[in-house]
Design a protein around this ligand. Structure first.
Ligand code: AMP
Ligand code: MN
Ligand code: MN
Ligand code: MN
Length: 276
């Protein structure tokens, strides 16, 4: 049977709609044979996912998606094959989670000044035990008819330069990579096509990433166009990084992104799973 990899997705441990076990069951039903659960700054879903996966014969890769700061720009670093109990990683995650809680209060304060009260209580309730993300704020804005779509919530309130945006100092890029390496994992630059950075900045960031010990880059993601895949492939070649594939699935409500529904990895780049 052909292997089907999906090495980037989210559960209710961060901003995903499905519990870890629901997510694993859906991945299996979609034909995924190797799945990495990569919640934002959290490993809390991995144990439940592991149990669900073992019953189905699906290979689960322990993963995470860390938010990192590089020269005032937020970059997402996926860690694959990590030891979720490694002390350095756990200490790092605890710091990121404190930053998330603090940022959530600041975002809510900013929305309140725009006469949108009650956001903090709402996102706390929605996130439950999971990490609070801007997606939770987007859902709140949507549910209270301040916007018509999630996208509009980002465009009008939550993106850089908008009234609900809070500049955040995440872990440094080198630091985030170090946590992943110390936990025995492989660090992968997430969705390079999504940052809208200049070529110069992107290259500088990838040189720093590689220098820190980063080994992979996502070349195929959920909604990537052929051009975006070519772009990712070229970055992988230029910086001698292994190529990863991941849907970045968050919810069954998004009809454009499905677990395991990914373009084929283009030729000429070594797959990241060679490193597993
Ligand atoms: P955070 O890490 O809390 O800043 O939240 C980032 C998450 O918000 C991402 O992982 C996406 O799931 C979501 N997100 C970010 N930007 C957008 C956007 N423009 N439209 C829809 N979702 C977005
Ligand atoms: Mn997300
Ligand atoms: Mn991301
Ligand atoms: Mn993601």
């Amino acid at each position: 049977m052909a292997e089907v990899y999906d090495l980037h997705c989210h559960s209710t441990a961060s901003d995903g709609a499905l519990s870890p076990s629901e997510l694993v069951r859906r991945a299996h039903a979609q034909g995924v044979t190797t799945l990495a659960l990569t919640d934002h700054d959290s490993v809390a879903g991995l144990e439940e996912a592991r149990q669900a996966a073992s019953g189905l014969g699906l290979r689960l890769i322990n993963g995470i998606e860390l938010s990192a700061s590089y020269q005032n720009q937020c970059l997402h670093i996926v860690g694959l094959n990590i030891d979720p109990q490694h002390p350095s990683l756990l200490a790092g995650i605890a710091r990121q989670q404190a930053i998330r809680d603090e940022r959530a209060k600041l975002i809510a304060d900013k929305l309140e000044k725009k006469r949108i009260p009650g956001a903090y209580q709402a996102v706390m309730l929605a996130a439950g035990d999971g990490e609070i993300t801007r997606s939770h704020f987007a859902d709140f804005l949507l549910a209270n008819n301040h916007v018509a779509t999630q996208q509009e919530a980002f465009d009008r309130y939550l993106s850089k330069g908008k009234p609900g945006y809070v500049q955040t100092l995440w872990a440094g890029l080198e630091e985030a990579v170090a946590w992943i390496l110390e936990a025995g994992g492989i660090a992968v630059m997430a969705h390079p096509m999504r940052y809208k950075l200049s070529a110069k900045f992107m290259n500088r960031a990838l040189v720093a990433f590689k220098q820190a010990g980063g080994q992979g880059i996502e070349v195929v993601t959920g909604r990537a166009s052929d051009d975006e895949i070519r772009f990712g492939r070229q970055l992988a070649i230029n910086h001698q990084l292994h190529a990863s594939v991941g849907s970045d699935f968050h919810s069954p409500d998004n009809q454009w992104v499905e677990l395991g529904r990914l373009a084929e990895l283009p030729r000429g780049v070594p797959p990241v799973w060679e490193l597993f």
